[in-house]
Design a protein around this ligand. Sequence first.
Ligand code: NAD
Length: 487
Amino acid sequence: MVQVKKLKNYINGEWVESKTTQYDDVYNPATKEVIAQVPISTKEELDYAVEAAAKAFEEWKNVPVQKRGRVLFKFQQLLQENTNELARIITIENGKAFSEALGEVGRGIENVEFAAGAPTLMMGDSLTTIAKDVEVTNYRYPIGVVGGITPFNFPMMVPCWMFPMAIAVGNTFVLKPSERTPLLAQKLAELLEQAGLPKGVFNIVHGAHDVVNGLLDHPQVKAISFVGSQPVGEYVYKRGSENLKRVQALTGAKNHSIVLNDADLEHATTNVIASAFGSAGERCMACSVVTVEEGVADAFLEKLIEKAKDVKIGNGLDESVFLGPVIREQNHQRTLGYIQKGIEEGAKLVCDGRERQPEEGYFVGPTIFDGVNTDMQIWKDEIFAPVLSIVRVKNLKEAVETANKSEFANGACIYTSNASSIRYFRENIDAGMLGVNLGVPAPMAFFPFSGWKSSFYGTLPANGKDGVEFYTRKKVVTANYKAPSFE
Ligand code: NAD
């Protein structure tokens, strides 16, 4: 029998074997093979990592900001050189198509590039004369140890929303990656070390609840960045805030796309397919519901089903594959459960993904329900799988009102050729990230990733200037420079 690799924690620049007795299997979801074992580390191990990070902070915060930026420039170069290997790791542990994994690596690199501009981002501001001889200057400082808790669906991009900016502005970081996709973080640590990052600035503690609770309770952890599901995000926000930490928690979604009578249907269907079924629907910006105007609904659906049937399913390492597996057997069963639920609720199953399930992995083919309404559970819940609901409406107003009934408000898209409709949509939809005639409107690194309602808990979301604000604190100095006397 081949010995499966047991992952180690990365603490204070050393790879440390966990003292835990509990290891979880890590699977390749396309083959069901066990590819590694991840330690479910103890709270004591987390404490040890936080102490190392707190010690490293005392030196790192005083490293000139341009030198910190240079480490990120070097890291960016190493990420570019290792892009294919990084994407391969993502596809193997997550299952998404290799082209999607390459895209993810690219998005992660953009965050590193943005963070490397820390000298400009860290600048304060000042006013010379707020009273006679009195001026005010606003200085920006790091906050200390930051904890990052990340989901399985973007093992590279989501950690890169957090640690590059956090460390560029002078903080130190403890990452708890998803226990279902823990391999990519190991590679990030190796590359950071090669880029010359000092020991203790970036640490990884693998695990689950105990490590998360350890981060939320530790007095030396000053801020928590969380990305994951809604119930866990709400819990993390409440417990972290109760312990007087800054918390940003980016959570679940149910994203609506609105297709109007004047939309380019060829373009709209291509984009909806990519957005609903790309990454097996396991994207917080996936399109889960299409709300389509009645006049065009039949034609739209006909084209959509045709394209859904053409989607190639399989192991993402085969570069011609578009749709990979969902992450685990439990998610596979849950998806089948929702398909059954949709049928029982009276929705019309017009494309049945259960007919296309290669047995070697956790696959479900593209699934489409027509005739869905807002009382149905398949409309309400984040299914996080390649299952799409179609709701027919009489006009744009009804489409927007329908989407706004969702408890989630991460992203929303509109397909139309009418500028007035676009403006109406922009002004009236409840969602933080909008797409106009495109499918996945995930903002670039220099803009905020800003869900609304139950898709976000906190004040400052990730990325852009909000990310800089979240990872820094300020000192505002008011000084009286009494004018010298020359008499
Ligand atoms: P998850 O909530 O199960 O896990 C996220 C993290 O929380 C993991 O590190 C996990 O170990 C930890 N965790 C899980 N249960 C916990 C508990 N009871 N107590 C403490 N910690 C716990 O999420 P997931 O399934 O890994 O990821 C998918 C979810 O993430 C989806 O809901 C998706 O919408 C969301 N997501 C949101 C965004 C966004 O920007 N809004 C981005 C990516 C993913």
